[in-house]
Design a protein around this ligand. Structure first.
Ligand SMILES: *[C@@H]1O[C@H](CO)[C@@H](O)[C@H](O)[C@H]1NC(C)=O
Ligand SMILES: *[C@@H]1O[C@H](CO)[C@@H](O)[C@H](O)[C@H]1NC(C)=O
Length: 555
């Protein structure tokens, strides 16, 4: 290494350290002073597993509360053996005879992992739960590029495993696509590298559909990958790629609206922004829908990774249901790319993981952002962001973040290298940890509700009642929020949604702290496509642990 390179590396490292010092000071001030002059919680971290065996790249929480974690298969040997001493003989590029697992099931109840069997390459695949709670995962690379795989979950003590279909294959080869569960229970699969098209599973009669929007949003770094897709309560799809977005009627295959170009950086893979549809609210009849997109990488950061360009510091928010929608910009406390945006049960958005310079891709980013930030969409503009306590673990490229049933956020993976590499600045990360947002602080236990009785299934538009217990009683009516379990990969959670229900009222029963809360199920499968959701009761912004509930048509 030449002296100049070493010198500039050292300067970069110093500058980064200085940024971290400023962040820590800021954080300490906030922690010490707080809003009312008393200490406030900024969340806590806990390492749950030191060696999960694999570096998680894709992850989803099942209706039994377990978490499916997946890596690619062509990484060489992982650190966990396949179940039952099995081995895989395949055309794998790296290891033709491989006795290690590339997917595991994590059980938050025991903090243990169980190896799962997956044989074809899942690299940069996509996925989503089906209405019956089965996880469907599609595509990948090499021999896996047209595969359809399903995981029918079982209780944590069970032995359920992946099934790779030989009958059903994708019509187009896909990696970097996005899946979305539709109101009729089908999944739509949109795009991917060199795939300017759409298909459905089960397949549509008219087969593969050319999708011009992905052709026109392509550029020299393929900034149209892993498009952000949000199913709107109208039944149309909001689709964002690169810097453009549309409202798409998939039934008539027409673009019904084109939105203004987003200011700033490209936001999808490999430019590493993220997006959520803000909570859908019964209080406005699900008529107002907002999309939030945060972070991203500068154009060129991927093509010239050695330049390590600073990531985007902006969030852009748009009311997509407005007749003349515009992007409204807000500045995050930190520039960030590869941040995951996780909806929390109290309707906040957590922005977590990522780096402050570079883009997605192996070795393309430096300077991890260790502090998550919490965004309260309903606070006054200018006071929406709060810096949370920092993680001890850098998670940048190829990592995952998922909301658990108990309100924690589970973090796994990070691998900036092509193969498992445990040396250097950003080694392959096999640890699993969890971030507990401030609402889990024991000082709030007096407010924390418990759902003691709830139906297993609710029907569209129909009232239902749950029994809620709070230790010191409720001063306001609790919210009941349904949350999907999305498929998280590459800094974006496919199929993530929060549906805040219409709560008619609470009746105090038996003791002072027991309430029967009556709410109306979502009005339609456009608002909440059929499937399993986590139901949280939220009392003054403090959520319960969720119960799983199936949303379905009656009969
Ligand atoms: C992980 O390793 C650290 C350091 O060796 C140790 O202190 C900690 O207890 C371990 N945690 C778990 C969950 O095994
Ligand atoms: C994409 O658009 C270009 C320019 O209009 C066109 O030439 C090309 O055929 C399109 N690609 C596909 C796959 O249709």
């Amino acid at each position: 290494m030449s002296a100049t390179v070493m010198l500039s590396k050292r300067i970069l490292k110093h500058r980064w350290l200085w940024t971290q010092v400023t962040v820590v000071l800021h954080f300490l001030l906030a922690a010490v002073v707080g809003v009312h002059g008393q200490a406030v919680s900024l969340g806590t971290w806990e390492i749950l597993v030191n060696n999960s065996g694999i570096a998680s790249m894709h992850a989803a929480v099942t209706r039994y509360g377990t978490v499916v974690l997946l890596d690619r298969t062509n990484t060489g040997a992982t650190e966990i053996a396949l179940p039952g001493g099995a081995c895989r003989d395949s055309d794998d590029l790296v290891l033709k005879h491989d006795c290690t697992a590339h997917s595991v099931l994590f059980d938050p109840g025991t903090n243990t992992v169980r190896p799962l069997s997956i044989l074809t390459d899942t690299w940069c695949s996509s996925g989503q739960f089906l209405s019956d709670g089965t996880l469907m995962q599609t595509g990948g690379d090499f021999e896996g590029i047209r595969k359809v795989r399903t995981f029918a979950p079982c209780p944590a003590t069970g032995t359920c495993d992946w099934v790779e279909s030989v009958e059903v294959v994708l019509e187009a080869p896909r990696w970097y696509a996005t899946n979305q569960l539709l109101p009729d229970g089908r999944q739509i699969i949109i795009g991917g590298r060199s795939a300017y098209n759409i298909e459905y599973i089960p397949p549509a009669a008219n087969g593969l559909l050319y999708f011009d929007f992905l052709n026109t949003t392509n550029d020299a770094q393929n900034d149209n990958l892993y498009p952000f897709v949000h199913l709107l309560p109208t039944g149309n799809l909001y689709i964002f790629a690169n810097r453009d977005s549309i409202e798409y009627n998939y039934i008539t295959n027409t673009v019904v609206k084109r939105f203004p170009r987003i200011p700033g950086e490209p936001r999808n893979y490999p430019s590493a922004g993220s997006s959520v549809m803000l909570p859908l609210l019964a209080s406005n009849q699900f008529a107002t829908v907002e999309v939030l997109i945060c972070g991203g990488a500068q154009y060129g950061a991927f093509l010239e990774p050695w330049t390590q360009k600073p990531c985007s510091i902006t969030c852009e928010r748009m009311t997509v249901t407005d007749p003349n929608p515009i992007w409204v910009e807000e500045r995050m406390p930190f520039a960030r790319c590869m941040g995951d945006m996780i909806l929390l049960p109290n309707k906040d958005v957590l922005i977590i993981n990522g780096a402050s310079k570079g883009s997605q891709g192996w070795g393309n980013a430096i300077d991890p952002v260790l502090n998550p930030v919490r965004y309260n969409p309903y606070a006054m503009s200018g006071s929406r962001f709060t810096i949370m306590a920092p993680s001890a673990i850098a998670r940048m490229y190829h990592c995952t973040a998922n909301l658990l049933q108990d309100g924690r956020v589970l973090l796994a993976g990070s691998n900036s290298h092509q193969f498992y590499t445990f040396t250097g600045d950003y080694p392959t990360e096999l640890r699993i940890d969890a971030f507990s947002p401030p609402y889990l602080s024991p000082t709030l236990n007096d407010l924390k509700p418990t759902i003691s009785v709830s139906p297993l299934q609710i029907s569209y538009g129909t009232p239902f009642t749950v029994t809620v217990i709070t230790p010191t009683g409720m001063t306001t009516i609790v919210d009941l929020n349904l949350m999907s379990a999305p498929f998280n990969t590459h800094s974006y959670s496919q199929g993530q949604r929060l549906v805040s229900l219409n709560v008619a009222g609470s009746v105090q029963v038996a003791q002072a702290s027991v309430y029967q809360v009556t709410a109306t199920a979502p009005p339609s499968p456009q608002v909440a496509p059929p499937g399993y959701y986590m139901l949280f009761a939220v009392n003054q912004r403090v959520p319960s642990t969720a119960v799983w509930i199936r949303v379905a048509s009656s009969g």
